[in-house]
Design a protein around this ligand. Structure first.
Ligand SMILES: Nc1ncnc2c1ncn2[C@@H]1O[C@H](COP(=O)(O)OP(=O)(O)OP(=O)(O)O)[C@@H](O)[C@H]1O
Ligand SMILES: [Mg+2]
Length: 252
């Protein structure tokens, strides 16, 4: 088992004084699905955003500690953030397609990165749409506007857009919270396939979803990582009483 991401003593405070991550240390293995669970405000989204430096755009006062991806120091102020974000893609809870065609939504990132060859783009678009389980539904209308797709299809399109850039880590922040059960199942299936080639970290829609798809689960509570273990261990034999109480629904 290879650790893809190594986090040591990560602490983050927003400018209003909220300490949102409190001395987090965690090693996240490659080619697994790691789920971050816990009540609202626990720091799950903040943690995800640190991993591709999206917190640079928020009102963050201090970040201390260490975050290494394949040994690369993510918090290095001199880091090439654009390159990092190509390696570490993110999908948010509300699908936000660009006001372009289905095809262009997927090819856009590659075109911005300078890819011009139609055959390369075609191949990348098809691959990404297949991986996100959308190809069969859209291959005969790739030039239609993305806005014409259903919400669930739009979310799979957003996943495809991320995949087109061939990241090696995919972050998903409640990607199915706005979706119907069928689209949710398609995204979950797709993640199962994707973990063979990618490292996936997800803040799931609920604890049931974590139970269905995650290899490991990290329980966040008020900025602290309370427990991190194999999914079955967390659900069947939690070590911490707070994990037990959360899993059993004593608090939400
Ligand atoms: N941009 C921001 N500016 C200031 N404070 C923030 C910001 N984003 C999050 N916070 C605060 O940081 C803490 C952690 O929030 P975060 O969104 O990471 O939690 P979460 O676990 O993702 O919650 P949820 O389950 O509701 O999505 C909260 O107290 C929140 O109010
Ligand atoms: Mg969140």
């Amino acid at each position: 088992m290879v650790d893809k991401i190594v986090v040591k003593d990560l602490t983050l405070s927003y400018s209003d004084g909220t300490e949102s991550l409190d001395h987090i240390s965690i090693n996240i293995p490659a080619n697994e699905i790691t789920a971050l669970i816990g009540p609202s405000g626990g720091g799950k989204s903040t943690f995800l955003r640190v991993l591709n430096r999206l917190n640079d755009l928020a009102d963050v006062a201090t970040v201390t500690g260490e975050v290494l991806i394949d040994g690369l120091n993510v918090l290095d102020p001199d880091l090439d953030v654009i390159a990092l974000r190509r390696r570490v893609g993110i999908v948010f809870s509300r699908p936000m397609p660009l006001p372009l065609s289905i095809y262009q939504n997927v090819s856009y990132g590659l075109e911005v990165a300078g890819e011009k060859k139609r055959s390369v783009l075609d191949e990348a678009v098809e691959r990404a749409l297949r991986l996100s389980e959308l190809w069969d539904e859209v291959n005969d209308r790739l030039s239609d506007p993305a806005a014409a797709l259903s919400g669930g299809q739009q979310q799979r399109l957003c996943l495809a857009r991320t995949l087109a850039l061939q990241p090696d880590i995919i972050l998903l922040d409640e990607p199915t919270s706005a979706l119907d059960p069928i689209s949710t199942a398609k995204i979950e299936n797709s993640l199962f396939e994707l973990k063979k080639d990618y490292t996936i970290i997800i803040a799931p829609h609920n604890t049931q979803q974590a139970g269905r798809i995650a290899d490991r689960v990290a329980f966040f509570l008020q900025g602290k990582l309370i427990e991190f273990n194999l999914t079955d261990e967390i659900y069947i034999r939690p070590q911490d009483e707070r994990t037990q109480d959360y899993i059993s629904g004593k608090f939400g």
